[in-house]
Design a protein around this ligand. Structure first.
Ligand code: AGP
Length: 362
């Protein structure tokens, strides 16, 4: 029950939940480790994934954004094709399915009606389903064949924060365990890399003053904001934009850097904030090019880069982590930027207008 969970010294649940991310990360690493220190997942689940010819990730909102990153983890590490769908669309417009699909439902609450409608449907069709959720015994957990838990602790703020990073962690662990079961080589030690992620999260949670300042500089008076990135940075940008919209009511959109010139760039005016994520070496040059394009039209660029790829003009530099795992940490400045933008606008951070924590109607 929400009222039982203490905010402690925190002014808002959201800030508390942002700060809990390093701890949740360490808890997930521990919980998914066996006595030998190897990451492990119930073999029934691994067998079910191996038996599938294609995975269908179904989710809404932030959980959908986690699914977009999860697809990258699973395809790159475990080499199984993955489709990611918004549950409310999938339910009414089902794509042509592969011969042996397996459905993965990602839902913090495990109660989202749009996702449940799809689950009921695919179970009727006889397909296997795995739910990744924060809530043991939730509807989506009970009705699926398998469950993986997030172990993030109760998330009270409407804006999802620690559940997103927990979802990513569980998805990458799943990708790794499946990869190993197929004798695929992973060229990094995931336990070690997730430990580095947890430490980097701590550094970011200790950077609140600087991020508050950046939020004031870029977001205090604006009507709108754009988030750009390429590759997985694009997906984190989508999440950054959703966070900003839902709690600060600033109109925000996430775009793939290269797609801007196909239309969106027309919206750039003098002073329009463009938050650009630069954590991927292979597209750093192109992304920087996209920033130049918007700056030439008057945009106010806020570049958030990863150490090693950073340049003098960047507003914020995140610590270096494994390139595939950057969404786990690059999202934290997005969460904090939104938090402060909402705070500076006197918005109700934890309970934004028109929104419910879990959406139990279709
Ligand atoms: C996230 O900040 C939102 N409040 C919302 O998009 C949420 O992620 C979505 O409703 C899905 O909820 P679920 O993960 O509990 O299924």
């Amino acid at each position: 029950d929400a009222s039982d969970i203490e905010k402690g010294t925190y002014p808002h649940y959201m800030l508390k939940e942002i700060d809990e991310q390093p701890l949740v990360m360490r808890r997930i690493i521990q919980t998914y480790q066996n006595e030998q220190g190897e990451l492990t997942i119930d073999s029934e689940i691994i067998n079910a994934l191996n038996a599938a010819d294609r995975l269908y990730i179904i989710a809404a909102g932030t959980s959908y954004h986690a699914g977009l990153v999860g697809k990258q983890f699973i395809e790159k590490m475990a080499k199984i094709p993955v489709e990611v769908h918004i549950s409310s669309e999938f339910g009414y417009n089902m794509p042509l399915l592969s011969e042996k699909p397996l459905f993965i439902f990602i839902s913090q609450s495990g109660e989202t009606a749009d996702s449940r409608a799809v689950l009921v449907n695919v179970k009727e069709m006889g397909y296997p389903a795995l739910t990744i959720t924060n809530v043991p015994g939730s509807t989506l957990s009970r009705e699926a064949d398998y469950t993986l838990l997030l172990h993030a602790g109760p998330e009270i703020a409407v804006a999802s924060t620690k559940a997103y990073t927990a979802q990513l962690a569980v998805l990458v662990i799943l990708a790794e365990v499946v990869a190993k079961s197929r004798n695929l080589t992973i060229d990094f030690d995931l336990v070690k890399e997730l430990g580095i992620v947890a430490n980097a999260m701590e550094v970011l949670c200790d950077s609140k003053e600087l991020i508050e300042q950046i939020s004031r500089e870029f977001l205090s008076v604006t009507r709108n904001a754009f988030f750009i990135g390429r590759g997985i940075d694009f997906y984190v940008g989508l999440e950054g934009a959703l966070k900003l919209k839902e709690i600060s009511y600033i109109q925000a959109e996430g775009f793939a850097g290269g797609e801007l010139k196909h239309g969106t760039i027309a919206l750039i005016e003098d002073g329009t904030p463009v938050i650009a994520l630069a954590t991927q070496e292979s597209v750093n040059m192109n992304l920087r090019g996209n920033v130049k394009e918007v700056v030439a039209r008057g945009a106010n660029p806020c570049i958030i880069s990863m150490k090693g790829l950073n340049r003098d003009e960047d507003s914020f530099v995140i610590p270096e982590v494994n390139e595939l795992l950057t969404p786990l940490i690059s999202v934290i400045p997005m969460q904090l930027l939104s938090y402060y933008a909402a705070l500076h606008r006197d918005c109700d951070v934890d309970k934004p207008r028109n929104l419910a924590k879990s959406v139990t109607v279709e």
